[in-house]
Design a protein around this ligand. Structure first.
Ligand code: FAD
Ligand code: PHB
Length: 390
């Protein structure tokens, strides 16, 4: 088998890259080790930046997103028993965010890929990448009982944080930068109308909580827990109790509903540099992770693959490697901005078990500042909706 671009991973990064290349007339093969069902049901992100929506629109995969996505113009920050609105659109010249689940983005991309007849293999086993320094890198895998080798011009490692592509790069090439947090998020999807129109990020002495949504019928809610929390310790009643305690306000009620899904996610900041080696290019969570508090992970993944697709179009079109060579530097500017913003939002809103009352007062002061100073609020807003050019 032979293709121009071999793509490992059918998450948002791999599927969007495949679509962008297809639109540009560049061939690709996508290899995913999980089933289609698994990939389509994995609940993760919910907030799309304007730039992400624009890109999916240009790529012709946003019809349902425009029909079903919920456009939001602000978020709320809650602390000291009060909610404060951050008017994102007013502060950013009209930018918005769109609430549309990652599951739905992935379903739309898979449907478009299958409709086009371009290759996408689910349940590919023992995927491995080879000859990365040569002009003919290849991907070996097993599928449907057969062994295959896919020769490529380049390989895109879009296989997430636990994938194999980054691990294949020889020792000493990559430098990793990371930060761990002493907490995680327990998230639920509940069949109940969201109790608030906009997202609420709540700072509370019992720990952070987030009220989000997937649609007008489904709420998505999170509470801060220990980083290695055992989900079995959290029957539904306990989760609701904690959500009421952290999000509760006089005169406002959090509506409960059946819990359809629940899980714990650890929090981590992580970046590798460079994001490329020979003819392998890493994109999305394969190269960097942010804690979810800034809602940046999916958006960053999409930005990486836009950069990679543009560079590949230039290379195939003119033979110039300039944009491909600059791939890491171009991506990292946005990656590090998002790393800082996500770390900052996380540190401002969570209770660190090792922190003291001095730290708590700094957090509250910072929250008061971003909700009262237009300059500080604008800084939060422009990062949250996504910075255009960096
Ligand atoms: P992934 O989605 O991880 O996709 C990688 C794919 O590669 C997977 O399908 C995997 O099965 C496949 N794969 C792995 N190994 C192999 C292999 N060996 N061979 C073949 N395939 C392989 N981001 C936001 O922007 N906004 C949010 O609101 C937000 N909220 C989040 C909430 C939670 C609870 C979590 C966990 C994450 C959240 N994120 C959010 C982050 C976002 O979900 C990720 O950043 C995003 O999924 C990254 O996409 P990706 O395609 O790079 O990686
Ligand atoms: C979500 O709806 O899943 C969500 C929203 C905002 C975040 C993180 C996750 O910051």
């Amino acid at each position: 088998m032979r293709t121009q671009v071999g793509i490992v991973g059918a998450g948002p990064a791999g599927l969007t890259l495949a679509r962008l290349l297809e639109v540009a007339g560049i061939e690709s093969v996508v290899l995913e080790n999980r089933s289609r069902d698994h990939v389509e049901q994995r609940i993760r992100a919910g907030v799309l930046e304007q730039g992400t929506v624009d890109l999916l629109t240009e790529a012709g995969v946003a019809d349902r997103l425009h029909r079903e996505g919920l456009v939001h113009h602000g978020i709320e920050l809650q602390f000291d028993g009060e909610r404060h609105r951050v008017p994102l659109s007013d502060l950013t010249g009209g930018s918005t965010i769109v609430i549309y689940g990652q599951t739905e983005v992935v379903k739309d991309l898979i449907q478009a890929r299958l409709a086009s007849g371009a290759p996408l293999y689910f349940e590919a086993e023992d995927v491995s990448v080879h000859e990365l320094e040569s002009e003919r890198p290849s991907i070996r895998f097993r599928h449907d009982g057969g062994k295959h080798e896919l020769e490529c011009d380049v390989i895109a490692g879009c296989d997430g944080f636990h994938g194999i592509c980054r691990e294949t790069i020889p020792a000493g090439v990559l430098t990793a930068f990371s930060r761990d947090y002493p907490y995680g998020w327990l998230g639920i999807l509940a069949a109940v109308a969201p109790s608030n129109e906009e997202l609420v990020y709540a700072h509370h002495e019992r720990g952070f909580a987030l009220l989000s949504l997937r649609s007008l019928e489904f709420s998505r809610l999170y509470v801060q827990v220990d980083h290695d929390e055992d989900i079995r310790e959290w029957p539904d009643d306990r989760i609701w109790e904690e959500l009421h305690a952290r999000l509760g306000l006089e005169g406002w009620n959090l509506a409960e509903g059946p819990v359809l899904e629940k899980g714990v996610t650890g929090m981590r900041s992580y970046v590798v540099e460079p994001m490329q080696y020979g003819r392998l290019y890493l994109a999305g969570d394969a190269a960097h992770i942010v804690p979810p508090t800034g809602a940046k992970g999916l958006n960053l993944a999409i930005h990486d693959v836009r950069t990679l697709a543009e560079a590949l179009v230039e290379w195939y079109g003119s033979g110039s490697r300039a944009a491909l060579d600059a791939y890491t530097a171009t991506c990292l500017r946005r990656v590090w901005r998002a790393e800082h913003f996500s770390w900052w939002m996380t540190s401002m809103l969570h209770r660190d078990p090792g922190d003291d009352s001095f730290g708590l007062r700094l957090q509250l002061s910072q929250l008061r500042y971003v909700t009262s100073s237009p300059a500080a609020a604008t800084s939060l807003a422009e990062n949250y909706v996504g910075l255009g050019t960096l």
